[in-house]
Design a protein around this ligand. Structure first.
Ligand SMILES: Cc1cc2nc3c(=O)[nH]c(=O)nc-3n(C[C@H](O)[C@H](O)[C@H](O)COP(=O)(O)O)c2cc1C
Length: 179
């Protein structure tokens, strides 16, 4: 089957996952900006990956506008965030918010944990990262969640959570669909 991994990545985590997935499936990984609608129409299986930014999936709207039609394509979406994928409800909410009604149920959805490269962040992103940190700091200690502690402790630091093994459910799903 003709498969492609398409991604939008600002600091490299989603890109790293795209190359791991492409290697495991024996296909190519392409930046969304490199592909036209016509290019995408040539694939039977399309996997899209986007980093999470303030609850949005980077590039996903643009991707959908290029995808145009879902005609008998196998579609998968992977989100890459700092949030632990064990917090399934958080990722479910992001998917719910970002996937328009007409595209719901067309995508098999996966969530992977990415890195935070604070040292490489733009000034705007550094400022934006202060928001969840100060919200977490305002909570009494006993009410802080694991994510609150993460935002406080990792602020200003580079932290690396990307994990190649976490792609296996996605790879298995695509292989199963393409049997
Ligand atoms: C401004 C900003 C906002 C972010 N918002 C979220 C978020 O809402 N949820 C989350 O889980 N991670 C969030 N992150 C963390 C990124 O999703 C994470 O670093 C991811 O690895 C980025 O992927 P990329 O390098 O491929 O773009 C945010 C990071 C920045 C800099």
């Amino acid at each position: 089957m003709n498969t492609v991994v398409v991604y939008t990545s600002k600091y490299g985590s989603t890109e790293k996952y795209a190359h791991w997935i492409a290697e495991a499936l024996g296909c190519n990984a392409k930046k969304l900006s490199e592909l036209s609608s016509e290019d995408l129409s040539n694939f039977d299986t399309v996997i899209y990956g986007g980093g999470l930014y303030a609850g949005g999936i980077a590039g996903f709207k643009k991707f959908l506008s290029k995808l145009r039609s879902t005609d008998d394509k196998t579609l998968a979406l992977y989100m890459v965030g700092l949030t632990n994928p064990e917090m399934k409800d958080d990722y479910d909410q992001v998917a719910d918010k970002n996937i328009p009604p007409e595209w719901k149920n067309k995508f098999k959805i996966f969530a992977f944990r990415g890195d935070q490269q604070f040292s490489r962040m733009s000034v705007l992103h550094k400022i934006m990262m202060r928001v969840p940190k100060s919200m977490a700091e305002k909570k009494p200690l006993e009410q802080r969640t694991e994510e609150d502690r993460l935002f406080i402790e990792s602020f200003g630091k580079d932290v690396f959570f990307s994990n190649k093994d976490s792609i296996l459910p996605l790879v298995d799903y695509i292989n199963e669909q393409n049997k």
